[in-house]
Design a protein around this ligand. Structure first.
Ligand SMILES: N[C@@H](CCC(=O)N[C@@H](CS)C(=O)NCC(=O)O)C(=O)O
Length: 221
């Protein structure tokens, strides 16, 4: 008898960068999911019930069978490990050497790329939507920081098609959410296109079907 597998649950709006990272991963891995709304403008992410699954009161939260998880990058790693043989198998290799390179660039995203880029995403894309005054000093400071990170990426991408090697991996995917807002909403496309290899890389990763589907979901809301 074939048992029906319940889809995994993702809590949060696709407009959130962290939620969209998980969605892109699930689509790449061809894993069935159910998206559950969390109305952040009504503070649902701080409600006692929600805090039981995401104790920091942030999105996304994730459920699969008896496990609940938070932290988008940890969720993506879990999805890739559990479904190693499903969908895009190269997304997160099982070969330790290849995996080490993916992990290295995933860490670079979380530790070096995300801090300045997430400040810029908030200042340039979300603050105007929320009628919050932009902080020009913070924008300038973080643009400089991100520029330095992108110089390192440009050098790496001179000799490598993708960050971790010849294949698109979770390391590249993890950069999609913040970069999308900077390019498509924040008017910072030039930071990427002015760096030849970064521009070529961005063009390639942002045109993946999985990411285009996520952007469509964002535009519907
Ligand atoms: N490191 C976390 C970050 C999650 C996060 O910052 N989520 C934002 C939306 S993108 C959020 O819930 N913000 C509301 C809040 O912090 O109160 C992850 O990757 O899952």
């Amino acid at each position: 008898m074939i048992m029906a597998v319940a889809p995994v649950k993702v809590y949060g709006p696709p407009l959130s960068t962290a939620v969209s990272r998980v969605l892109a991963c699930l689509i790449e891995k061809d894993v069935e999911y159910q998206l559950l709304p969390v109305n952040m403008s009504k503070g649902e992410h701080k409600s006692p019930d929600y805090l039981k699954i995401q104790p920091f009161g942030q999105v996304p939260a994730f459920q699969d069978e008896s496990i609940t998880l938070f932290e988008s990058r940890a969720i993506c790693r879990y999805v890739c490990e559990k479904h190693a043989n499903k969908g895009n198998r190269g997304l997160y290799s099982t070969n330790p050497l290849v995996k080490a390179s993916i992990e290295q660039w995933l860490e670079a995203e979380g530790q070096s790329y995300n801090p300045p880029s997430s400040v810029l995403v908030f200042q340039l894309a979300f603050a105007p939507m929320m009628n919050i005054k932009q902080d020009e000093g913070l924008i300038k400071q973080n643009e400089e920081k991100l520029g330095k990170v992108l110089d390192v990426y440009d050098k790496r991408l001179e000799s490598s098609r993708f960050l971790a090697g010849d294949e698109f991996t979770l390391a590249d995917l993890s950069h999609l959410p913040n970069t999308h807002y900077l390019v498509a909403v924040g008017g910072k496309g030039e930071m990427f296109t002015s760096r030849k290899n970064v521009g070529r890389w961005w063009d390639e990763i942002s045109n993946r079907d999985s990411w285009k589907k996520v952007v469509e979901m964002q535009e519907k809301r």
